[in-house]
Every structure is written in C-alpha cells, then in structure tokens.
Ligand binder design. Structure first.
Ligand code: PLP
Length: 402
C-alpha cells in the first residue's frame, strides 16, 4: 500500500542525512570512511550548558512549558537580540521551537496558500524547498552565481517576484556556499521588497557567529528597520554552541505572524523540551568564549581545505565568508573517466566516486539546486580534513580528464 500523500511524494529526505547514513553503512561493513556530509559542529556542547540542563531536570523543570517557550528563554533571546544584533523584540514577538527547522516549518504551514510562491536562493539549504513542498507551497529558485559570491542580487530578486510571491528566504552566512551580506547589500534587497508589501522576508541567521576574516554580521531586521514588521528572524543554538541534538531554535517577528506560528506549534509539539530550553538559556546567558573559539577553529579549517583545493586540478573554490562548508565547483571533472572506464557525468556521480574510491562522504550540489558542485563540511578535526583532502586529491588524480 502507498501511504504517501501526493503532497508528501514531492518531498525528499535531506541529502546530507542520506549521505551520512551511507557513510555509516559503509563503516559498518568495515570501510574506512571520513564523513564530511553532515553539517554539524564536531565539538562537544560546552560543559556549563550540560550542567544547566542537569540542574534544571533535578529542579523539576520537566513539565510542559508555555507553547512560545519558557519565560527565562524568551528573556534570554530578547537579551541576545538586543546585545548582539541591536534589535528589540518583546516576548509576544517570539517563539522557541524544536530547532530552526521547526520555526521555518511553522511559518510556512501557518502562512502559505496553495498557489503561493517562496523565493529561495540556490544553492540553498535543501529543507527550504522540501518544507515549502510539504505544506503545499511552490518553491521558486533563483540561481546565485559564483561571480556574485553566491549572493542574491536586487535585479535577480526583482525578476523573480510575481503576484504569488509570499516569502523570500535569505540565509546569512549561507549553507552551503558561505555567502555573506553586508548592510548595503541587504538594503539593496530591501529596496526591492519595499515595493511588494505582500512579501515576508525570512532571514535565517543560524550561522551568524561563524563568519570569517573579521567580517561584521548584520541582521536583516537591523539593516531594514522599516521592513521589520514583515521580517521573520530565524536563529538557534545548534551551530553557535554545538547543540544540534538539543533541538532549540527561535524566531522573532511581528506578533500576528508569531501568533499563527504558535497555533501550528500547539498541534505539532506543544513546545520544545523543557530541559533543552534550560540548556539554551545558559548557552545564551552564560560565558561566550567557546563561540569565538569555535569560529577560530572553523576559519582555520576553512583555510586548510581551501589550500588543499588549490592543488586539486579540476576543483574551484573561493574562500567562503562564513558557515562551515566548502562548496567546490567541479565542472572541469564532468565527463572524466574512472579507471574502470565509467564516466563521471554529474556531481552526484562524483560524490559517489569519492565515497567509494576515496572513502570520503560529500553531498552533491544537486541537493542544493546548483550543479556541478560538491559540498564538504569543514566541521571536522584538522587531522580528518587533511586526510580527507589528501584522499580526494589522490582519487581525482586517478580520473582521466577528456
Ligand atoms: C541554513 C540552515 N538553517 C537551519 C538549519 C536547521 O537548524 P536547527 O538544528 O536549529 O534545526 C540548518 C541545519 O543544517 C541550516 O543549515
């Protein structure tokens, strides 16, 4: 029997999760695999955060919390926005969910009518497309080019807008390409959005703290104060505090939008886990030194990968400005042949070749709707990254280029 609804049939499981599953399966068969597929910090959650969760559980904070999130966490999020982003949000303008992903899901389910379009900038975090499809909306992709450092330009944004456009999704810094926007670039996009009052901007700022070379992060709502009433700022503790498993994300925006998102959440999960919320309070309010330490490590690893790529003929990579991925162009390798005479005819094929021949898991650019590229996560130890890059270089050198 087919259990899938027609709507769900369009939704793909996350490519990075599938790649990591394949990596685990191959490891279970005894293969030596370095998994650069999944995007999560390899660091442990800082001990003071774990401790806060433990203490909260012992203190009986084990019951349902308010659907919006606990008062303590809403306070901590308000303080964070004021301190780090220069933004003022009240409690009734925010919601805490099971990860930034659920914030996005709540927002899409709450607002999209069947014909509504959501603009997203390829290469993009694949869940944007699949969440929109899952709730019956229509993704509309704008290709963002390497010559624009993978940023959305005002011209391309203007050209993609129709009367059905409901949301524009921005991700800064972006997964997978590490695109970063400065204030002027955000304002240029804002000038386009100003002309289209039906459009809401979703600004996914989950990689805010993973930004390199001394760049300053500017939140969209800060750069566009006149549009704040139609901006949903999305963030969370997963990436900045190495807390992907705790599943805490938060969103801030106009009260009327947050209200309908809470209505969705009330029927999906009631609220996120009470103990994880206590951990997130400590993450946001407690010592922040690990945030800088993680950033330094991610920048060092980015440099390490960029250096290796410079010596791999057929690969192109400009140092990404943020996040922890290397989105590597591989056009020159398409059409090359393996030693068995098989033709590498796509990035999916190349990623398959690399996992089997080099023992390195990567995600093909097709998952992010911009090919031919492969995405490597640089959130791994220097040693693993050095080994992985060496193995990739060796495997690529065995290809016969045509
Ligand atoms: C751009 C982007 N947004 C959101 C998320 C989801 O984050 P969370 O763990 O808070 O659900 C990810 C995770 O990979 C991401 O890359």
């Amino acid at each position: 029997m087919n259990f899938s609804s027609a709507r769900l049939a369009k939704v793909k499981p996350a490519a990075s999760v599938m790649v990591s599953q394949l990596a685990r399966d191959l490891k279970a068969q005894g293969r030596d695999i370095i998994d650069l597929g999944l995007g999560q910090p390899d660091f442990d959650t800082p001990a003071h955060i774990i401790d806060a969760a433990h203490q909260a559980a012992l203190a009986g904070k084990t019951r349902y919390t308010p659907m919006r999130g606990t008062t303590e966490l809403c306070d901590a999020v308000c303080d964070k926005f004021r301190r780090e982003n220069g933004l003022d949000y009240a409690h009734n303008e925010m919601i805490v969910s099971n990860g930034a992903k659920q914030i996005i899901f709540n927002a899409m389910l709450a607002t999209l009518e069947p014909a509504d379009e959501v603009i997203m900038c390829a290469p993009f975090f694949g869940s944007y497309r699949d969440i929109v499809l899952a709730v019956g909306g229509t993704p509309r992709t704008i290709i963002c080019k390497p010559e624009d450092e993978f940023r959305l330009t005002p011209e391309r944004l203007q050209a993609a807008i129709t009367e059905k456009t409901r949301w524009v999704m921005l991700n800064l810094p972006s997964n997978p390409a590490g695109a970063v926007y400065d204030e002027a670039q955000l304002q240029a996009l804002g000038a386009v959005l100003e002309k289209h009052p039906r459009i809401i901007l979703l600004s996914d700022e989950i990689y805010e703290h993973i930004i390199f070379d001394g760049r300053t992060f500017v939140s969209s709502a800060k750069a566009l104060p006149h549009l704040k009433e139609r901006i949903l700022t999305v963030n969370g503790v997963s990436k900045a505090y190495a807390m992907t498993g705790w599943r805490i994300g938060y969103g801030a925006g106009p009260k009327a939008l947050i209200d309908v998102m809470i209505r969705v959440q009330s029927q999906v999960s009631s609220a996120p886990c009470s103990v994880a919320q206590a951990a997130a309070v400590e993450a946001l309010n407690g010592p922040q030194d690990t945030v800088g330490q993680f950033r330094e490590a991610f920048q060092r690893r980015r440099d390490l990968v960029v250096k290796h790529v410079e010596n791999i003929p057929g690969f192109q990579l400009k140092a990404p400005g943020g996040a922890f991925y290397a989105y590597i162009g591989c056009e020159q390798l398409i059409g090359s042949k393996t030693s068995n005479g098989e033709v590498i005819d796509s990035d999916t094929n190349l990623a398959g070749y690399l996992i089997h021949e080099a023992g390195v898991a990567s995600v093909p650019g097709s998952a992010y709707e911009l090919s031919p590229y492969i995405r490597l996560s640089t959130a791994n130890s220097d040693e693993n990254l050095n080994n992985a890059m060496q193995r990739i270089a060796d495997a690529v050198s065995r290809l016969t280029r045509v």
